[in-house]
Design a protein around this ligand. Structure first.
Ligand SMILES: Cc1ncc(COP(=O)(O)O)c(C=O)c1O
Length: 458
């Protein structure tokens, strides 16, 4: 039973005191917050008892749905046993040691060291420092510049905001700092030239990257950062040959590759890592979100042997590795993450996603006949459709029509939560979703599109 007085008081307190990311802080207090009260598998329930199929897995993260008694038990037991200890100056705890070993064993070959952190932003922030630490160790301190892609998302700490290739994350903060470069995003549907094949488009992007590197001075470039599938950039899968061609350029100039697997890790793309799906050979991998099924704030930097050698040299030179957070290697978070990895093994998360992928992709394919849908597609259990005003020209709707808001509300009315990115509707449901629920998700999505079409026509 919901306690109405408590709820009303919470709403009032929210309006008065809570700073909500990604809202207009002037108008938000007048809006009714979406109070999510309960999770039930892939569904969440709000304060009015409305049930939503949460097809965005929250923020691409709730891989096991929105509650898990087994993880709760592990957290409670660990909190009772040893509720906190750090890993500074050689201290350790069992779950941290086991989790690091387990991550090394499921990582691609050559990732034998793990640095635990608390969020995706922290993992990328730390990986940036490690890139610089490495090049300093190797006597190339001038390698400072970092290349990411337009519309990429790597976090919102001061430095990762710079790496994030979305100008609106820089506006108002005096960012980015110098030394952050943005190359084109691989967005075949909208950015390929007429008649260009995927391979040709990939070759052009690789050539553009090489031009940028040469113009900047290859000896000044430290690393290239990439999400295997651009998540917040629109759930955009790379065109054929993209990573192969990009990596050839990076190898030519000895530029490190960091794979941001914060969304793509742990089965999302139909392999344990998005890097495997696309033949990426990164020097470091950052991961978070599904690492603990989003039930504890924990992330990790998986460090390739090449980078680790440099770190060892550097820490030896200065006497210690001077980097760490109070909560890195937190026993409770590590225990929950370790148990999450056990659950993935038992449920065969990769096999499960792979088995649903054909149905998931067919769902998108079928929607291409809808009058509002331009592009549609994905990989594994991540994908998106693009809402357009004209299928031929790919023109978007006039922003004043608020089509995406109309769609989002229609989807909510149909009991479906999606992720809207400009004119794209992304789906990345919890990895525990069943075939019946995938069918249900696409039925709700089509109904919401129909409702939107009716609303804008009439
Ligand atoms: C690809 C990617 N990297 C990094 C981050 C930042 O993670 P966090 O919000 O945990 O700091 C996100 C968050 O959505 C992400 O999608």
């Amino acid at each position: 039973m919901m306690d109405t007085a408590l709820l009303n008081s919470a709403r009032a307190l929210d309006a008065k005191h809570v700073v909500h990311p990604h809202t207009n802080l002037r108008t938000q207090p007048d809006k009714k917050p979406l109070m999510i009260m309960k999770g039930d598998g892939v569904f969440v329930v709000d304060d009015e008892g409305n049930r939503y199929l949460e097809a965005a897995a929250g923020l691409w993260c709730a891989s096991l749905g929105f509650g898990n008694a087994r993880l709760a038990k592990v957290a409670q037991e660990m909190m009772t046993e040893i509720g906190y200890y750090h890993i500074f100056r050689g201290a350790s705890n069992t779950p941290t040691a086991q989790l690091s070993a387990q991550l090394s064993s499921i990582a691609p070959e050559g990732f034998n060291h793990v640095l635990l952190q608390c969020s995706g932003s922290e993992a990328n922030d730390t990986a940036i420092k490690l890139v610089w630490y490495y090049w300093n160790a190797k006597g190339q301190p001038q390698r400072r510049k970092l290349i990411s892609r337009d519309q990429s998302y790597h976090g919102t700490s001061t430095i990762t905001s710079c790496l994030t290739g979305k100008p609106r994350f820089h506006q108002g903060y005096g960012l980015p700092f110098d030394g952050f470069l943005y190359t084109a995003m691989p967005y075949y549907y909208r950015l390929a030239k007429p008649g260009e094949t995927e391979e040709e488009y990939s070759s052009r992007l690789a050539a553009e990257l090489e031009e940028m590197i040469i113009a900047e001075g290859p000896e000044t470039i430290a690393a290239f950062w990439a999400e295997p599938v651009l998540g917040s950039g629109g759930a955009i899968v790379p065109p054929k040959g993209y990573y192969e061609k990009i990596q050839a350029v990076l190898a030519k100039y000895d530029i490190l590759l960091v794979a941001d697997e914060v969304i793509c890790g742990f089965g999302r793309t139909g392999n344990m890592w998005g890097s495997e799906t696309y033949g990426m050979k990164p020097d470091m991998i950052t991961c978070a979100k599904a690492l603990s099924a989003a039930m504890q704030p924990i992330s990790a930097v998986l460090i390739g042997d090449r980078v680790y050698e440099g770190m060892k040299e550097q820490s030896d030179r200065f006497g210690s590795f001077t980097h760490g957070y109070t909560y890195a290697g937190h026993p409770v978070a590590a225990a929950v993450a370790l148990e999450t990895l056990k659950i993935y093994e038992e449920m065969d998360v990769v096999g499960h996603v792979k088995s649903l992928e054909p149905q998931f992709l067919a769902g998108f394919e079928a929607l291409k006949d809808h009058p509002l849908v331009g592009d549609a597609g994905g990989v594994g259990l991540i994908g998106a459709l693009e809402i357009v005003a004209d299928k031929e020209t790919k023109a978007m709707h006039d922003p004043s029509l608020n089509v995406m808001t109309i769609f989002e509300n229609a989807a909510m009315e149909r009991g479906l939560i999606t992720r809207i990115i400009v004119n794209r509707v992304a789906l990345s449901p919890p990895q525990i979703i069943t075939a019946a629920e995938v069918e249900d998700m696409f039925a709700r999505l089509r109904a919401a599109l129909d409702d939107t079409l009716k609303a804008i026509a009439g």
